[in-house]
Design a protein around this ligand. Structure first.
Ligand code: NDP
Ligand code: MG
Length: 399
């Protein structure tokens, strides 16, 4: 374990996104001693260059190769190496950091996260899609390399914090809380007409566009159920979801003696990032404190599976096993992009995901897939994307 006062070598994958920015902000707020080896981004050259000039990494990597000339220009004379392309992102992940923040969005985060896992680093995992695509492989590779995966997703961070390691066999249920998203109280007719702007306007959390839409469909909770099942080695029958609109209780663990432990805090992703950075120690930074009396009451509801079928789709994907979670994830990425592009309606997202899974299962493309291998996860991802694009095309034509 590296003491908190020791200088730590760090890589931030997805530094220009919501989680990436929160990570760098936490470093600043907590005044931690870090040497940043690499910052990586997708397309936002200006922000990456600005972060690089502030944090002085050895290398700044932009996934989009057309951004390289501008990145070079902005970093000219700084001594920071500018690189581009997916392979360079993956190489940055494997530079030998003590701690890697995995905060790329989508399955694009899988290869870099696996590369980081192979180095034995502590991986602060926000990129839930990489666990959904290849959870068992990722966890095994990290363990075998002598590293660890610490969840950043607030629900999983909560469970991670209240899990009593010495009586893991006495856990009876994991309870994931969900805010319910912006359409929690909307009827189906209104949801059918929901716009991308309405879907990304999350009531409690400020996040990237894709996860905001996932929260609105509640596919985010579906992905999180799969994430929890792999991280905490728990079958889906023992993972429940409860709607908790205030997002104060971040999740709970119920034990066989009927005692249930919860983790609480104001909705601020810097809190689980802080936990992942310092575990099993604690950082000290000016975090907002929880004022329960100001909330007055905390409320809970059952999820409505008719309006939010994604939770049931994710359970089915876990039941099918093999490549089904990776296929579900890929189909969801395609469908969310089509919705954000105004090609399909809001309710069509879950329909397209279910349709893709059904077609792939019918073709026998799921069952014999070995979810443990990166190659097979990527093959499943690619064929699910092809089929999902066809399904989305059919939905468009029939709308
Ligand atoms: P954002 O969309 O805000 O940021 C995504 C980051 O990934 C950006 O830095 C983006 O670069 C980069 N990126 C996008 N595509 C690629 C690619 N193909 N290759 C390399 N880099 C890429 O997302 P969030 O920060 O909201 O979410 C990141 C991850 O964390 C997701 O998996 C999400 O589910 C998870 N998460 C997020 C939470 C939140 O509160 N935001 C909460 C819990 C989990 P650029 O912007 O430069 O294009
Ligand atoms: Mg979450």
């Amino acid at each position: 374990m590296v003491a908190l006062t020791q200088n730590r070598k760090v890589v931030v994958l997805g530094s220009t996104g919501s989680i990436g920015v929160s990570t760098l902000d936490l470093f600043e707020q907590a005044g931690v001693a870090v040497e940043i080896l690499a910052l990586t981004a997708g397309r936002n050259v200006a922000k990456l260059a600005e972060q690089a000039l502030r944090w002085r990494p050895r290398v700044a990597v932009i996934d989009d190769e057309t951004g390289l000339p501008e990145l070079r220009e902005r970093l000219a004379g700084s001594g920071i190496e500018a690189r581009a392309g997916a392979a360079a992102v993956t190489e940055a992940a494997a530079m030998g950091a003590d701690w890697v923040m995995s905060a790329i969005v989508g399955a694009a985060g899988l290869a870099p996260t696996l590369a980081a896992a192979r180095t034995g680093a502590v991986i602060a995992l926000a990129n839930k899609e990489s666990l959904v695509c290849a959870g068992p492989a990722l966890l095994r590779i990290a363990r075998e390399a002598g590293g660890s995966v610490i969840p950043v997703d607030s629900e999983h961070s909560a469970i991670f914090q209240v899990l009593q390691r010495d009586c893991i066999d006495r856990v009876s249920r994991l309870i994931l809380t969900a805010s319910g998203g912006p359409f929690r109280t909307w009827d189906k007719a209104a949801m059918a007409l929901a716009t991308p702007e309405q879907a990304v306007a999350h009531p409690n959390w400020s996040m990237g566009a894709k996860i905001s839409v996932d929260s609105a469909t509640m596919m985010n909770k579906g992905l999180e159920m799969i994430e929890a099942s792999y991280l905490f080695d728990t079958p889906q029958e023992r993972i429940d979801v409860v709607i908790h609109p205030q997002s104060v209780i971040h999740s709970l663990v119920e034990y066989t003696d009927g005692s249930t432990l919860a983790q609480m805090g104001p909705p601020d992703m810097r809190s689980p990032i802080s936990c992942a950075f310092s575990w099993p120690q604690r950082l000290s930074w000016p975090a907002q404190r929880l004022d329960l009396a100001a909330y007055g009451q905390l409320t809970f509801e059952e999820p409505d599976l008719d309006r939010f079928p994604s939770i049931a789709i994710a359970r089915e994907a876990l039941r099918l096993g093999g490549g089904a979670p990776a296929a579900m994830n890929a189909a969801n990425e395609v469908a969310v992009a089509a919705f954000l592009d105004r090609q399909i309606g809001f309710l069509d997202i879950a329909g397209a995901v279910a349709g893709t899974l059904e077609r792939m299962n019918g073709l026998g493309n799921l069952a014999d897939n070995d979810a443990d291998a990166l190659d097979s996860a990527m093959m499943t991802d690619a064929s699910a994307r092809r089929i999902a694009a066809e399904v989305v095309g059919q939905v468009r034509r029939s709308n």
